[in-house]
Design a protein around this ligand. Structure first.
Ligand code: SF4
Ligand code: SF4
Length: 489
């Protein structure tokens, strides 16, 4: 469908021309997805940038997030990158604290805290994350689109170039654009891989022995390809079709959730007159809000799932209102309740419950971190059989002791049996020396007099200590025969 298939039906004397004179920025009919034209082809968005209040805030946030993304694997805290998912050693370093996969309680507390934070932010502030903090929006609107505008020109030129038949000039421009996108994607992808390998290993590795880093090279190439695909072509469809967060947002939102909305009472009926005539609405139907939207939404149609809360329409409309000498805020952040004349309630039972859970979850996480022991010691059964009756009549149980040293310094662990005292414990190593932040598993055999077993079970209490002051008592259940000597069941 040609762009002129979406004409505005409002005109007349003293009419305000559609903003930027682009009828192709008028949203498609209701029954069509914004990203589709009537013939089913992709409708590419070329949003017009209005450097208004919210755009400036978003630019600052975007700059901070980009700097953070590149800086975190470079800054070192406690001898490791500030954020380092060390896949090879199966541990995670976060700002000087090392986590092992065995710390299931801490990891659960962290995961739960993240989930309830998403619930709280989503129910209170709507899609503010999508519009202001999501990497998809941040990198598309503040890195890739500005580069595109630098190479191809503004939105009107970009559309013109796309409509042109392929020519050496068009191929040159597109090849240059995708070349620059590819370079940026490679830098981003390499930095992404550094989160899992560390720059100190990846940098020299790629420089001096790249053939030994084929997995990293493959990952960098794949991630860079995805980045170019997403930020060069897929773009708004990531938010409107692929990303599940928008759907989750529908569940989290209520009538008090913050959203970007058009003030229908003030804006309607639209008129293109510069003068505000009696009975006329404030909207001059210039379509600047639609032209500014990165997902092509016409926010005047009400709340829509495609709206990702960028506030680009707010900046566009405020600029139009200022030019016309009218109050700004025809499109603004509000809530459904406020839209219908009620007063916006920031706090209500639902988001207060999320907030309470959030505080508890992050509090629990903080307490778990603050009270972390210097080591984790776990005992599990070993061997193929639950127990063995020895010729002496005693009963042997195989076990495995797993030591996770949570200090950066090595620790020497010893195990002793606290009770009952007549149990002998033989370990494959003693003392067990575990290097800083390493995990070591040793085999052990506990030999127990048969009289200690009642109903096939005997309790034992171990004491594990280390030369660094670590001390932990561990209760363990040994297995043995049910009946008296001579009767094995
Ligand atoms: S409608 Fe407005 S807030 Fe929503 S995505 Fe479009 S420009 Fe952003
Ligand atoms: S809401 Fe504002 S920007 Fe959108 S068409 Fe009306 S006047 Fe123009």
């Amino acid at each position: 469908m040609s762009a002129s298939a979406y004409p505005s039906d409002r005109s007349g004397p003293g009419a305000v021309a559609p903003s930027h004179d682009r009828v192709f920025d008028v949203a498609p009919p209701d029954e069509l997805l914004y990203s589709l034209s009537a013939d089913g082809k992709r409708r590419f968005m070329h949003p017009v940038v209005h450097k208004g209040h919210y755009w400036r805030i978003r630019r600052r946030i975007a700059a901070a997030l980009m700097v953070m993304f590149f800086a975190l694997p470079l800054i070192r805290v406690g001898g490791y990158p500030a954020v380092f998912f060390d896949l090879a050693a199966r541990r995670t370093h976060l700002f000087g604290t090392t986590f092992h996969p065995t710390e299931s309680v801490v990891l659960f507390a962290f995961g739960f805290a993240v989930v309830v934070t998403v619930f709280f932010v989503g129910s209170t502030f709507g899609r503010v994350w999508c519009g202001f903090g999501c990497p998809q929006t941040v990198y598309l609107e503040f890195l890739f689109r500005p580069i595109e505008a630098w190479i191809e020109g503004g939105p009107a030129r970009q559309r013109g170039l796309n409509r042109e038949p392929w020519s050496p000039r068009k191929i040159r421009i597109k090849a240059f654009k995708y070349g620059v996108f590819g370079l940026i994607a490679l830098v981003m992808a390499t930095n992404f891989v550094a989160y899992f390998t560390s720059w100190s290993a990846l940098g020299p590795g790629l420089l001096h022995a790249p053939w030994q880093w084929t997995s990293a090279l493959f990952t960098i190439a794949a991630v860079a390809g995805l980045i170019v695909f997403d930020f060069g072509w897929f773009r708004d469809q990531m938010c409107t079709i692929a990303c599940p967060y928008g759907r989750l947002q529908n569940v989290l939102a209520d009538t008090d959730t913050l959203l970007v909305a058009y003030d229908t009472a003030r804006g309607e009926p639209r008129t293109r007159s510069r003068e505000l005539r009696p009975g006329a609405g404030a909207c001059v139907d210039c379509n600047a809000c639609v032209a500014a939207c990165p997902t092509g939404v016409d926010i005047r149609r009400g709340l829509q799932v495609e709206c990702i809360g960028t506030a680009q329409c707010v900046d566009a409309c405020d600029e139009v209102m200022r030019k016309l000498g009218r109050p700004t805020g025809l499109i603004t952040f509000t809530s459904e309740r406020a839209q219908h004349g009620g007063s916006h309630r920031l706090w209500r039972p639902r988001n207060l419950a999320y907030l309470a859970l959030m505080v508890v979850a992050w509090g629990a996480f903080a307490v778990l971190i603050a009270t972390r022991a210097d080591a984790l010691v776990e005992v599990v059964r070993g061997g193929r059989e639950p127990y063995r009756v020895l010729n002496s009549g005693d009963v042997a149980n195989q076990q495995r002791f797993r030591f996770t040293n949570q200090l950066q310094e090595p620790q020497r662990f010893t195990i002793e049996v606290l009770e009952p005292r007549d149990i002998s414990l033989v370990t494959s190593e003693s003392p067990v020396v575990v290097a800083g932040e390493q995990v070591v598993t040793v085999n052990a055999v506990a030999t127990v007099p048969r009289r200690r077993f009642t109903d096939g079970q005997a309790n034992v209490r171990y004491l594990v200590t280390s030369d660094r002051g670590f001390r932990q008592e561990i209760d363990f259940l040994l297995l043995g025969p049910f009946g008296p000597p001579g009767e094995v069941r």
